[in-house]
Design a binder for this molecule. Structure first.
Ligand code: PMP
Length: 311
């Protein structure tokens, strides 16, 4: 294999079953604060959306996924030609990076710390990370793990990762005809992380060129059906935003100083992120250790109080 130009250590987390095995805590009592996913279970009515697709599961998704592209286009205020589908936003980030950058190129990454897959995507493409005449610039908005809504870089082409768009309500989608590519996901506010559905929004030419560089059936038809059903009633993020503000106040009462966040998580500076995360993991309450702090996913009042108790 070609070697990678760098290495990201421990960007994945143990499974809930593995945490249960290590700690002796029942799976049902483990609350994940580390994935920035929705705390809600899938409504059982969604299973109906799968029934028709199950009957067609022996065939390929010939003709693509026009219904999902149309539904996303309506949701995002673009046309279906602007939509490129993938198996999660990660799939699209990898596609966009390898389409723009290769050996000898640099990819500029706007915030530090930020989402680790950007660096991995650049290295896998053979490119390096750097600000000197980049082939592509990447900006995560709101930024993971800090929750900030950083200023939009002026560089083009520009990938703006809006995995947490639903929480911030702020988008760069009006710039897609100006060399901006937006990536989004059904994994967070829409509660479909396991289904692996994401999309990129890009100008007609870039969207068409991205599709040419993609394999023909990038997501499961079952996942597409779940995403279409989810778009029929987009999530109300208000309760999460209210709980985020309450959790922030409660953390401050305990002497922590969480950063203001425009997403469904809080960045809390601490001296020993790994040590604190380990202790919380042993209580069945995994958070994400990140450089300089821990990142806490907002769940609901009852769950968040358990974490505050442990802290
Ligand atoms: N971008 C950011 C900033 C994320 O935090 C995540 C999920 N951790 C993703 C993209 C990837 O999401 P998906 O599940 O759609 O691959």
């Amino acid at each position: 294999m070609r070697s990678l130009a760098g290495k990201i250590v421990a960007y994945d987390a143990p499974s809930t079953e593995e945490i249960a095995r290590r700690t002796g805590i029942p799976v049902a009592d483990i609350l994940r604060f580390d994935g920035n996913t929705s705390p809600h279970l899938l409504p059982s009515t969604r299973a109906e959306a799968l029934a028709d697709e199950l009957a067609r599961l022996h065939t390929y998704p010939h003709g693509g996924y026009p219904r999902l592209e149309e539904a996303i286009a309506a949701y995002a205020g673009v046309s279906p030609e602007n939509v490129v589908l993938g198996a999660g936003a990660d799939d699209l980030i990898l596609l966009v990076v390898r389409s723009f950058a290769g050996r000898g190129d640099r990819v500029a990454i706007a915030n530090d710390p930020t989402y680790p897959i950007f660096s991995i995507a650049a290295w896998v493409a053979g490119a390096e990370i750097g600000d000197d005449e980049p082939a592509l610039t990447i900006c995560c908005r709101p930024n993971n793990p800090t929750g900030e809504l950083a200023e939009l870089p002026e560089a083009r082409p520009l990938l703006v990762d809006e995995a947490y768009f639903e929480y911030s309500g702020v988008t760069a989608v009006d710039l897609i005809e100006d060399g901006v590519i937006v990536t989004r996901t059904f994994s967070k506010a829409f509660g479909l992380a396991g289904a692996r559905v994401g999309y990129a929004l890009a100008g007609h030419e870039i969207a068409a060129a991205l599709r040419e560089r993609q394999h023909p059936a990038p997501l499961s038809t079952l996942s597409a059906a779940l995403a279409i059903a989810a778009l029929e009633s987009p999530p109300d993020v208000r309760p999460i935003l209210d709980e985020r503000d309450r959790l922030g106040r409660r953390l401050r009462e305990l002497g922590y100083e969480p950063w203001p966040s425009r997403a469904n998580f809080l960045f809390v500076p601490v001296d020993e992120p790994e040590g604190l995360s380990d202790r919380l993991l042993r209580k069945g309450l995994p958070v994400r250790p990140v450089p300089g702090g821990i990142r806490i996913t907002v769940r609901n009042e009852e769950d968040d109080e358990r974490l505050l108790q442990a802290l």
